[in-house]
Design a protein around this ligand. Structure first.
Ligand code: GGG
Length: 365
């Protein structure tokens, strides 16, 4: 019999709906492990970090937290952001603290259209749509370079500088990642997105690296599109998209647009990868803490469950990842929908429906 694998997972639900959706993701992964016939299981350690932790300790996570996290195979993250902490403090103190220090430089954000979920795009009704946004996750507009000064000159005189950082190495590794990903997909195409007509240094460097790397992948179609034009393309010609690679900020914005077009931000999954595996990778829904619905038990767990499927892929459990995705599809196709996608079901009902669909897929296999 094959050896039993134990995956050590750090769970960080953090703020707002993060708590509910991470609990849902854990439930689905544990159900899958139970059905694995002893092939694998998950060992969970939950960390209390986030804005409540900040209220008590003055920091978003334990100062030794990164050292602790290094001992895990992966991290399942919820969401960050609450009213008691300025957004830039909570984001840099937790999510970006982990992604940047663990060099999770590739953030993949699939845009998937699910059966039974109505898209605001008319073309989604009769066209197969499915693309992936690849977000450069370590530099660009999120390099954290800059500062504020001169407030001593009196009201109205303060200055702030926020610089973007584009390194040739950083551009090349994310662009190669996008091309390698394109080679695994039915449509082999990479769309590179910048605003290099206006951002004439860093983004021109990006464009040049893109052209150079593209020459190594003659079997992959390419295009370079400005971010404003790409926003329009997401809506007008989404059928032309397969892999979309962009800088940190542009990809963050585009992936929100993509998931809204697929029906809801609540559906969108993401993986923050350290492809070299020097550090654990982190899996999280794209959505934030959603204070308006937090604690009501009505948040959509699909973004987190789909992120858990990306985690399974990361562990090499590809068949299991496909089973989770199929269970999500079976759930929405059967009309089990949360409020954000036009239904009335709550978080627990959707989670149970996914677990049930998983069990059914086992008996029908
Ligand atoms: N689960 C994603 C999350 O918590 N996002 C919070 C947020 O504001 N993120 C902005 C960013 O990472 O760019």
């Amino acid at each position: 019999m094959a050896e039993h694998q134990v995956f050590k997972i750090a769970s960080i639900p953090a703020d707002g709906v993060g708590k509910e959706v991470v609990a849902a993701g854990r439930k689905v992964l544990d159900a899958l492990a139970e059905q694995s016939n002893g092939k694998f299981s998950f060992e969970w350690t939950e960390f209390p970090w986030g804005s409540e932790y900040y209220a008590e300790h003055g920091v978003m996570m334990d100062p030794n937290g990164l050292e602790e996290l290094k001992n895990f195979d992966a991290i399942l993250f919820g969401a960050v952001g609450w009213e008691n902490v300025p957004d830039h403090v909570s984001l840099w103190g937790l999510r970006l603290n982990i992604t940047q220090n663990f060099d999770q430089w590739a953030n993949i954000r699939p845009v998937r259209f699910l059966p039974g979920v109505v898209s605001p795009l008319r073309t989604a009704d009769d066209t197969e749509l499915d693309w992936v946004v690849v977000r450069e996750n370590s530099e660009g507009e999120y390099a954290g370079l800059g500062g504020r000064n001169l407030s001593g000159r009196g009201p109205g005189n303060e200055v702030a500088i926020q610089s973007s950082l584009f390194t040739e190495k950083g551009c090349e590794r994310i662009i190669r990642f996008a091309f390698d990903l394109a080679r695994t997909r039915a449509v082999r195409k990479v769309s590179s997105v910048t605003k290099s007509n206006a951002q004439q240094y860093g983004m021109v460097l990006w464009d040049e690296v893109f052209a150079r790397v593209a020459a190594d992948y003659p079997d992959v179609a390419t295009e370079s599109v400005l971010v404003d034009a790409m926003s329009a393309k997401f809506i007008l010609h989404p059928e032309e998209l397969s892999v979309v690679v962009a800088s940190n900020l542009n990809a963050d914005i585009l992936s929100d647009l993509g998931s809204a077009l697929a029906g809801s931000l609540g559906l969108a999954a993401s993986a923050n990868l350290n492809p070299e595996r020097r550090f654990p990778s982190m899996f999280e829904p794209v959505h934030g803490s959603a204070p308006d619905i937090a604690g009501k038990g009505i948040s959509n767990p699909i973004g987190t469950v789909a992120s858990a499927a990306l985690m399974l892929d990361h562990f090499g459990l590809h068949a299991e990842a496909r089973r989770v995705e199929a269970a999500i599809e079976a759930t929405t196709a059967a009309g089990h929908l949360t409020r954000d996608i036009g239904g009335t079901a709550d978080t627990n009902e959707i989670t149970e429906a996914i677990v049930e669909a998983l069990a059914k897929s086992l008996t029908s296999a």
